[in-house]
Design a protein around this ligand. Structure first.
Ligand SMILES: [Cu+2]
Length: 153
């Protein structure tokens, strides 16, 4: 556990096949964010995001993620696109934001856990950076959400 908490930017656990079948857009995709207090007064914000076409835990948009400066954000990403369509989680200069977070591009059934420290306060967009050969980007199709990092007062 301590080793996990010590991890900083993106901890790519690698991509592995998710063995159990996940039906697309099931009703189980509500976003439950759990918070664990740590000794330093900061918290671990843990949530799961299904990478759907073309939203996070929905077919458009994504949940608002809230954390305080110093918190560790841990997101379990589960690919849930249709056919060969892949999706990712990006929070970078394109958001725009001072972060540099980008997951693997996951297809249905693939999974990755990313972790990063919420060290820049502000309100930013996270989004899917995938763009097909033709047509609008996934972000233009609505695949983005808000992450809000609050100053601890
Ligand atoms: Cu996408």
């Amino acid at each position: 556990m301590a080793a996990v908490l010590a991890a900083v930017i993106v901890v790519g656990v690698g991509v592995f096949i998710f063995l159990s079948f996940q039906p697309g857009r099931s009703s189980g995709q509500t976003t439950a964010m759990t918070t664990h207090q740590t000794t330093a007064g900061s918290s671990v914000i843990a949530l799961t995001l299904y990478l759907n076409d073309y939203g996070y835990n929905s077919s458009r948009g994504g949940p608002r993620i809230q954390a305080y400066v110093g918190d560790l954000i841990r997101i379990r990403l589960i690919g849930n696109g249709s056919g060969p369509i892949v999706h990712d989680f990006t929070l970078d200069e394109g958001s725009p934001s001072p972060y540099s977070i980008k997951s693997e591009r996951l297809r249905r059934g693939q999974e990755q856990i990313i972790e990063f420290i919420a060290n820049h306060p502000g309100v930013y967009s996270y989004y899917c950076s995938v763009r097909g050969f033709a047509g609008p980007s996934h972000r233009d199709r609505g695949q983005e959400g808000i992450i809000e990092i609050l100053q601890r007062t």
